[in-house]
Structures are given as structure tokens and as C-alpha cells.
Design a protein around this ligand. Structure first.
Ligand code: RIB
Ligand code: CA
Length: 326
């Protein structure tokens, strides 16, 4: 039980995400988990531009059959030039998956700060992309963020594990190291779920191929996204399969025993070059709970039962009215 919730009541969660293929699986898992009360989702630049991330999040919610408050966080880093991971996630952000065109984002769409302000009780904030959205909220109203964010769980960084953007840095940290520096120094209760554990969240090729044989539209759509992601992993790291980093923080909210944490003091390197975004221990650093070990058993079960099995169910027969309209 988390400090925020009574025994058995769903955990209020806000997710800031840059969908993104592994973000897509994480969102489907979160939306399919009755243990979580997803109070809202904000999208950020990162794997793709924010307009695509918004379009992708709308399509993911539509396919999940959920109506969740959707806001927009950061459109670009605090000061670094915008760089997206189109080679990893495709120009759309979701690989080969079919998508409607992305539109412009209307100005009235809620920011993360606004979405947090609307919460009646403190939430667990999960960030699955760069932490620029959170940094902007902290810069604008730190007291609001402290009042509404009981706990910040971030897929970000790496300690002993090799980076995936440079040999020292993980993508979300590399995108906006100044934002991560600001967030670390705020010392919200922050938990870092980095590459040291997420590199073990490897989906095997046969798990992806199996989705395509289900003959179900949702499974085929998810497979179209994962196929692109798997091709990237083969090219970039010679891996068979693909690493679904963002599933881990969500699964660990449902199954806390899946992750083991250690309290560490961390800093993030701000210089340019290979060390940009390198998160490393430093006695003068900020206090962070760092995930140091993972039991992938519960994670795989949740992903298999709540996402892949759900996606593989046969398409619902058209209703009589739909037949009549056909
Ligand atoms: O480094 C992996 C992280 O960067 C994941 O969150 C992935 O979606 C990208 O955002
Ligand atoms: Ca992500």
C-alpha cells in the first residue's frame, strides 16, 4: 500500500510520456490495471515531436477504449536543441503502426502543472520521457508540485549500465540534462528506473511474431509498432528482440516487489559530448532511490495478460446498427 491510498483503493497516477513504442505498451498496461487510477496523461517531445506524441496518445487511448484527461507538457528541451529518436521509433513515433495525421496542438490543452493543480489528492507522477515537463512545472510553481506529487517515478538514467544514446548517457537524461538537474535538486521523492534494470526488459522476437498470428486488429497494430522497434535494436545493438524500458516503472507500481531500490546520491553531467546526460553517484549529489535489480517474472506476466492477451482477442462482432449501416 502506498502512503497516498487506503488499502485496496487504486493508486492515483499521472503519466508524462513521449509515445514512443515502449511508452505505448506502458500506457496500455497502465490503462488496463485496476490497481492504478490514471488521473491524466501529458505528452512531451522526446522519441518524436510533441504533435506526433499527442496524436499517438489519442490513438492509444482510443484503442484502449479509455477517456483520460490528456495534456501537453514540454514541446522542446529547456535550452538544448530539439532532437528526436526517429531512427528508434520512426517518423510517426510508433514505427510501422497506422495512424491518422497529426494536427496542431490547441493552446487551451492543459499543461502538466495545470493537470497537477486539478488533482484533489497527491498523485504518483510517472515520467517516461525527458523530464522537461516536470522541470517547467517546478520552475513555475515548486510549492504546487511538492503538494501534488507524492512520489516521482522516472524511467531515466543509468549507473553501471552502458548508455543508449552515448556510451555514458540514456536518452531521456541526454535529451534535457538541465531539466534532470533541476528535478534531481528538487529532491521530490524520486525513484530512478534506469537502464541498469530496464535493459533486462527484453521482448523476444517470437513474442512479437506471435502478436501478428493472432489475426486481431489491436495485436496487429501493436506488432506493426514493435516490428520497427525490433529492427532498430538489431541494427543498433545487434539485439534479437527489443527493450521495452517504459513498461518497467508501470509494472512496478502494480507489483512493487519487481524492483529493488537503493538510496544513492546522484548528479547529472551537463557538459557537451559523450558525458552529456550521464547520471553518476556523487557524495554531494541529490538523494534518489535507484532501481538496482528487477524480477522480470511479474513484469512479463502483467504485459502478457493485460496487454498482449487483451490485444489478441477477436475483434468484437459489428453491432446490429453497425451491420445495418454497412
Ligand atoms: O532510453 C529509453 C527511454 O528513452 C524510453 O523512455 C524510451 O521511450 C525513450 O523515451
Ligand atoms: Ca519514453
Amino acid at each position: 500500500m502506498n502512503a497516498q491510498t487506503a488499502p485496496g483503493s487504486p493508486l492515483p497516477v499521472v503519466i508524462d510520456t513521449d509515445p514512443g513504442i515502449d511508452d505505448m505498451l506502458a500506457l496500455f498496461l497502465a490503462l488496463a490495471s485496476p490497481e492504478l487510477d490514471v488521473r491524466g496523461v501529458t505528452v512531451s517531445y522526446g522519441n518524436t515531436v510533441v504533435e506526433n506524441a499527442y496524436r499517438n496518445a489519442v490513438e492509444i487511448m482510443r484503442r484502449a477504449g479509455k477517456r483520460i484527461t490528456l495534456g501537453v507538457g514540454a514541446r522542446r528541451p529547456l535550452k538544448r536543441p530539439l532532437a528526436t529518436a526517429h531512427e528508434t521509433h520512426g517518423d510517426s513515433g510508433l514505427g510501422y503502426a497506422a495512424l491518422p495525421p497529426a494536427g496542431v496542438i490547441l493552446d487551451f490543452v492543459k499543461s502538466l502543472e495545470r493537470l497537477l493543480a486539478d488533482q484533489r489528492q497527491p498523485v504518483t507522477l510517472v515520467t517516461l520521457g525527458p523530464v522537461t515537463s516536470l522541470a517547467l512545472a517546478l520552475r513555475s510553481d515548486p510549492d504546487l508540485v511538492r503538494a501534488k506529487v507524492a512520489r516521482h517515478v522516472a524511467m531515466i538514467g543509468n549507473i553501471a549500465a552502458q548508455g543508449n544514446t552515448t556510451r555514458y548517457a540514456e536518452f531521456n537524461a541526454w535529451c534535457d540534462p538541465e531539466a534532470l538537474d533541476l528535478v534531481l535538486k528538487a529532491e521530490l521523492p524520486t525513484e530512478m528506473v534506469g537502464l541498469d534494470v530496464t535493459r533486462q526488459a527484453l521482448l523476444a522476437p517470437q513474442e512479437i511474431t506471435r502478436l501478428g498470428t493472432a489475426g486481431a486488429p489491436q495485436a496487429r497494430w501493436i506488432q506493426d509498432a514493435l516490428r520497427f522497434y525490433m529492427e532498430f535494436h538489431k541494427r543498433a545493438e545487434g539485439l534479437d528482440g527489443c527493450i521495452v524500458n517504459d513498461v518497467l516503472p508501470i509494472a512496478a507500481l502494480v507489483k512493487p516487489a519487481a524492483l529493488t531500490f537503493e538510496e544513492q546520491r546522484l548528479v547529472v553531467d551537463l557538459e557537451e559530448g559523450d558525458h552529456r546526460g550521464h547520471t553518476r553517484p556523487d557524495p554531494q549529489g541529490a538523494r534518489v532511490r535507484v532501481a538496482t535489480a528487477v524480477d522480470m517474472g511479474p513484469v512479463r506476466s502483467l504485459l502478457s495478460e493485460r496487454v498482449f492477451r487483451w490485444a489478441a482477442r477477436p475483434a468484437a462482432a459489428p453491432s446490429r446498427s453497425q451491420e445495418a449501416r454497412a
